[in-house]
Design a protein around this ligand. Sequence first.
Ligand code: NDP
Length: 251
Amino acid sequence: MNDPLDFTDKVVLVTGSSRGIGAEMIKAFGARNAKCVVNYIVDPAGENKKGAEAVAKELKEPLVIECNVTDPPQVEAMMKQIQDRHGGLDVLINNAGIINDRTIKKTSLAEFEAVVRVNLGGTFNVTKAASQILRQNGRVINLSSVSGQMGFFGQANYSSSKAGIIGLTKVSARELARQNITVNAIAPGFIDIGMSKDLPPEIAQNFIKLVPLGRMGDVREIVNAALFLASPMASYITGHVLNVNGGVYMG
Ligand code: NDP
């Protein structure tokens, strides 16, 4: 019997995969025989490149691509590299994201737009360019957030971007269905990695009190959701938002 979580011959791109959830995702696909594409954004200290190379060391014949998802020419160049190396793309995970919390009163329009530009605009740019090379039966998985569903204090920019991703997921699901490509979102709750890891302990504890399962999520629980949505087991699921949040939001 075929293992539905064996991704042999599948080409998988995870944006923002030099660290955090994205790094764990691409490693999980690599461990299941996918042809992996690691993406990072350049930073002055070169930390992201180092991170991406460390991730790539755990993968077989990886492609490592520097690309800022907010920049359409860079995104198109990334797709061209993938097309030239692998002839197409099977799984796109729009994971790259940033956060910059402040109350609305203290947030400038530029600070609002900067987060929306990366999280929502980046997801749009990459989906648009990838749609040219995604193969039949392909998968797109977008990282939304419980913040986009509930609207957390101090997260006007982040919550708006993540709510927008839910709308974009549904539109993409309708438009890409003709190529038999499914598009779904994962809405993580509070995960013990990346942008939630270094929250002040009292804020973390207050949040955990709201979670019926009484704990933060483990990154593997987000990775598992992505593996499922990317697999043939999820072939009739599209336009869906999969909550992986310990029950904090049940809508
Ligand atoms: P991290 O900050 O650890 O990782 C985000 C990655 O995206 C980083 O590698 C970052 O680079 C990269 N990135 C940022 N901007 C760009 C850009 N313009 N182009 C390419 N890459 C970029 O965050 P997490 O791993 O925690 O989050 C991953 C995703 O999951 C995000 O979309 C986030 O919103 C979502 N999420 C996370 C939750 C959590 O609790 N951790 C909860 C809900 C959703 P750099 O290192 O330079 O910042």
